[in-house]
Design a binder for this molecule. Structure first.
Ligand code: DGT
Ligand code: CA
Ligand code: CA
Ligand code: ZN
Length: 577
């Protein structure tokens, strides 16, 4: 769907106009169009074909023409004309967190800032902070924003990389002479973003397999093509590019190649040190004693020879995993008995409660919680107090009708800016399960936002803190949080922290999960589904939790319902509610 790109173009038109000081009225109109397109549930190209574009709110004839031009040529004249009026590096400045159109215009007009390098220079020299309307605080935010923008550029979120990798693996499994295909690299380690994909094919005929790889229809450009390795560019679902490396390895070395190309680099360095202490050599072909291969056909054999447990790929980051005496039994998708954070059409979901529940049945879940937004999340159609009382009755009725899965009535309760909850205790007490999340005032300073979360955690009715850092991968940074304090309070009160499985969030991050588990805090892995298809995102949460070292018992979604209910009741009792 072109909706997202098109919406971004309209947003950029509005931003460029603002930079160039054009009329507020036109700017607003472009912003409105951008929002309308972003919120569409249908493909904009479909609407264009069926002639329904002009029925959209605020979309007139001129806008329809622009949308059609974009769908036809991939560009819009107005946009191109605006781009011609500003330095080439300026649009990129808009994507830096903390740099809106006003600040970009200010820096450009006053200090001739035309791109990121200029911006860095005026930050370093202190000139930027001296501008009227800037100040130390916003400059600090912009400096962090640059680091953020630079660290994310070029990487692909796990949720976009994974399906693409699976697709390529399926195609390569079909190639004649290929006996095995596996994914290695950061994808196999379950990293939240992926630099490039690393595919390993088992075969004795390298040149032919490389040729088959570089000739796949999906491939946009070939970067390199040799006897055992091909590198190509493939287009992601969102139109951006990603590099894919494919290596062809004979059976005798397949395990060694898996080990080597899974990485991480740091983990491999440690492993090689271990091998060399024993007088051996480890490389992508095998583990060698002199010229003699002593392991390498399967990966487990290498770890065994080095007297290590066969470490799960997600732990291979040189974060202490080589000290483990035994491979931990990390959580797996099959351990999950239910999803505890889902939305329905009652708030901003796309599917109604019954459809969502049926999807949970399809996954053979034992339970699920319906947790629509609460009143302060107005843009998400949060439920007023009256509507929430009715929702409770409605969901209970549905629960009686359906006996394959137990439905918990809940809500995703907004944590207001001072830590107060969006519903009165009486209403929360009527819920079976409460997720509490921050959706507003995310720029509060560390002390304030931490105190805010601690207060929410203290509520006897709050079972899980939803997406605790609120970061959106490549789009929004984490709130400035004292995670240690949050973890401590969660441990004291018996509150779980969420590992939100949506690939845009993956929040808690892997290292916070480790921190939480070490402190005895339970984790809840939830998809935050707004439509049935999103239930599939559970696997992204699973690998993230595995990276944090989570075992089944650390994760409340693996418990049977009676244990979960008892845990909920214990917090209420302890808090005297
Ligand atoms: P990415 O692609 O940036 O998300 O991260 P990786 O970990 O997939 O890194 P990549 O694709 O550069 O290489 C795949 C694996 O190959 C990496 O995790 C470890 C191994 N590897 C690559 N280059 C080296 C190296 O110079 N030394 C060692 N020891 N291992 C390497
Ligand atoms: Ca890689
Ligand atoms: Ca690579
Ligand atoms: Zn949610």
């Amino acid at each position: 769907m072109a909706n997202k790109e098109l919406s971004a173009v309209f947003n950029e038109i509005a931003a460029l106009m603002e930079i160039l000081g054009e009329s507020k009225f036109r700017i607003n109109s472009y912003q409105r169009t951008a929002r309308t397109i972003k919120d569409l549930t249908k493909d904009v190209a479909q609407l264009a074909e069926s002639g329904e574009l002009d029925k959209l709110p605020g979309v007139g004839k001129a806008t329809v023409e622009k949308i059609q031009a974009y769908l036809k040529d991939g560009k819009i004249d107005t946009h191109q004309e605006l781009l011609a009026k500003v330095p080439a590096g300026l649009p990129r400045l808009l994507s830096i967190p903390g740099m809106g159109p006003k600040k970009v215009a200010l820096a450009w007009n006053e200090l001739k800032v035309e791109g990121i390098d200029d911006l860095k220079r005026v930050i370093a020299s202190g000139e930027l902070a001296k501008l009227k309307g800037m100040g130390e605080k916003s400059v600090k935010q912009i400096a962090d924003g640059i680091t953020f923008a630079e660290s994310t550029s070029g990487r692909t979120p796990l949720g976009l990389a994974w399906p693409l990798a699976d697709e390529l693996a399926v195609l390569m499994r079909d190639v004649n002479g290929v006996t095995r295909v596996e994914l290695a690299g950061s994808l196999r380690r379950g990293c939240e973003t992926i630099g490039d994909l690393d595919l390993l094919c088992e075969s004795d005929d390298g040149p032919r397999v490389v040729k088959a790889f570089t000739s796949l229809d999906k491939i946009k450009r070939v970067l390199a093509s040799g006897d055992t390795k091909g590198s190509v560019i493939v287009e992601r679902r969102d139109g951006e590019d990603i590099q894919v490396d494919c290596r062809v390895v004979p059976k005798a070395s397949f395990g060694a190649a898996m080990q080597y190309f899974t990485g991480s680099k740091e983990h491999n360095v440690r492993l090689r040190e271990r091998a060399s202490k024993r007088g051996w050599k480890l490389n992508e072909w095998g583990l060698y004693d002199g010229d003699n291969q002593i392991a390498g056909q399967d990966e487990a054999g290498i770890y065994k020879k080095l007297e290590l447990p066969h470490l799960p790929p997600e732990l291979r980051e040189d974060r202490g995993e080589l000290d483990l005496k035994k491979a931990p039994r990390l959580i797996e998708l099959a351990d999950i008995r239910g999803d505890l954070h889902t939305h329905t059409t009652a708030s901003d979901g796309k599917d109604d409660a019954e459809t969502m529940v049926r999807a949970a049945c399809d996954r053979h879940y034992e339970f699920m919680a319906i947790t629509d937004h609460t009143k302060s999340s107005a843009i998400a159609n949060g439920l007023s107090i009256d509507r929430m009382w009715r929702q409770i009755e409605k969901v209970r009725t549905l629960n009686e009708k359906i006996d394959t899965v137990s439905i918990l009535v809940g809500c995703e309760c907004d944590i207001l800016s001072d830590g107060e909850l969006d519903y009165p205790d009486q209403l929360l007490a009527a819920c079976d399960f409460v997720v509490a999340s921050i959706h507003s005032a995310m720029r509060q300073d560390r002390e304030k936002v931490t105190a805010r979360l601690l207060r929410a955690i203290e509520s006897p009715y709050v079972n899980v803190i939803g997406h605790p850092t609120t970061r959106l991968i490549h789009r929004r940074e984490s709130i400035d949080l004292d995670m240690e304090a949050v973890v401590k309070k969660a441990a004291e009160t018996g509150t779980a922290l969420e590992c939100n499985a949506s690939w845009q969030r993956l929040d808690l991050h892997d290292r916070h999960i480790r921190m939480a588990i070490d402190a005895g805090v339970k984790i809840s892995i939830n998809t935050d589904s707004h439509a049935v298809a999103q239930f599939d995102q559970m696997k992204f949460g699973i690998v993230t939790a595995r990276r944090g070292g989570a075992t089944p018992d650390d994760v409340i979604n693996t418990w049977h319902l009676p244990k979960l209910r008892k845990w909920i009741a214990t917090k209420r009792k302890r808090a005297g509610a």
